[in-house]
Design a protein around this ligand. Structure first.
Ligand SMILES: *Cc1c(COP(=O)(O)O)cnc(C)c1O
Length: 418
């Protein structure tokens, strides 16, 4: 557990401490979440939150930027080193805002974009009709095939039909490898920009456990709080100087105002951690864990979308496997202190708020020290609970097992051995 906090505002302090306790005594399997180190927390909670500094290092509209300029420059340098890119903008407040800025940098309103559909594992900002990306742009989508896998010939066919100005790859709920080289070829054939949104897999890419988009993509975006294990936020990268200039203008003044320097400093600290050898070990472990976790379900005859995972996450079709909805599955698991999210699956007949799947990820619990054995135990407990979701006495027994695990694997304060 992180340190408890005390505030004059007792109401909020109590709620923060309750959330801290919840994080400690639940098994966190939401694939987009993680536990940051206390160093990252300290930077995020620092005096930098007071500072205004619209603009970029050396070119600000405000005085007093001598220290925040250095912090932002260090964050950029580390980001470039981690992802082997020439330019990085570390100011985006979140992945969604960063994506909006990428669209603004490369496109005119009404231009065509091609992204993976939401129920195939794409993100809202990849063209979903009620997101900015579907409202202000003409969005089209490709899907996964009947095996839940990307079919690059089909994507090429779709791209030739649509003639998009930008193709988006990189996803929120796709467990297989993204072949950026193939996407590059498709983009070249139809004259489109390639935008790689690596929000989920950026940690694996840093560790060399997933191919890098750097040689292929025109623009790369990642959030910093998923497998990267940093503070909430995002960054945009490119190897093209002209695109970099456009991205800078579309982040500020295009979409954002003053940079959140406390978050930029916290990003820099998490990049520092990601540059250490421990981070590579962490990514290798979370990948091993994810595969074993997924295989355990497959061995039980559970329907896993796309087959055995090749990254930190996978999705289970709970409708086919257990005869229940994704919404109900998350409610049952929440009773036994396991946190997951419901997720649409390909060709889902339920609405996104109900859905037929759940998404499971290994990033957070690997940060707490879970290895293969613990993930096998968790898979068994989840399977038992979902097979017999109305059996309250069974759920009570499982909840006790979970409590043993969470107390044996407390949230760590640091990830760097010293
Ligand atoms: C998480 C995610 C985002 C959005 O990030 P937010 O910080 O929640 O706005 C964008 N794209 C992908 C692929 C994601 O997984």
């Amino acid at each position: 557990m992180y340190k408890k906090i005390a505030l004059l505002d007792k109401k909020i302090a109590d709620l923060i401490n309750d959330e801290n306790q919840r994080q400690a005594d639940h098994i966190e399997l939401i694939a987009s979440e993680n536990y940051v180190s206390e160093d990252v927390l300290k930077a995020a909670g620092s005096c930098l939150t007071n500072k205004y500094g619209e603009g970029y290092p050396g070119r600000r509209y405000y005085g007093g930027c001598e220290y925040v300029d250095q912090i932002e420059t260090i964050a950029q340098e580390r980001a470039k080193q981690l992802f082997n890119v020439k330019y990085a903008n570390v100011q985006p407040y979140s992945g969604s805002v960063a994506n909006a800025a990428v669209y603004m940098a490369l496109l005119e309103p009404g231009d065509k974009v091609l992204g993976l559909s939401l129920d195939s594992g794409g993100h809202l900002t990849h063209g979903y009709k009620i997101s900015f990306s579907g409202v202000f742009y003409e969005s089209h989508s490709y899907t996964v095939n009947e095996n839940g896998v990307l079919d690059y010939d089909e994507i090429l066919k779709k791209a030739k039909e649509v003639k998009p100005k930008m193709i988006i790859c990189g996803y929120s709920a796709y467990s297989q490898i993204v072949e950026f080289d193939k996407f590059r070829k498709i983009c070249d054939e139809v004259g489109a920009y390639l935008f790689a949104d690596i929000s989920h897999i950026s940690g694996l890419i840093i560790a060399g456990l997933h191919p890098s988009p750097s040689p292929y993509a025109d623009v790369i975006m990642t959030t910093t709080h998923k497998t990267l294990r940093g503070t909430r936020g995002a960054m945009i990268m490119t190897n093209d100087e002209e695109i970099y200039k456009k991205v800078n203008r579309s982040v500020f003044p295009g979409y954002q105002g003053g940079p959140l320097f406390h978050q930029i400093a916290a990003k820099a600290v998490s990049f520092y951690e990601a540059l250490q050898p421990e981070f590579i070990e962490y990514q290798q472990q979370l990948l091993n864990n994810s595969k074993v976790f997924c295989q355990t379900f497959i061995n039980k005859g559970v329907k896993v979308i796309s087959g055995l995972t090749k990254n930190h996450l996978f999705m289970i079709d709970v409708k086919t496997s257990y005869g229940i909805t994704g919404k109900y599955a998350t409610e049952v698991l929440s009773k036994i202190n396991i946190t997951v999210n419901k997720n649409s699956i390909p060709n889902d007949t339920e609405t996104p708020m109900v859905s037929s799947g759940i998404r499971l990820g290994s990033a957070a619990m690997t940060s707490r020290g879970f290895k293969e054995d613990e993930f096998i135990i968790i898979a068994n407990l989840i399977d038992k609970a979902l097979r017999d979701p109305e059996n309250e006495s069974l759920l009570t027994v499982i909840k006790k097992e979970i409590a043993k695990l969470t107390s044996s694997f407390p949230i760590k304060r640091s990830y760097i051995k010293r």
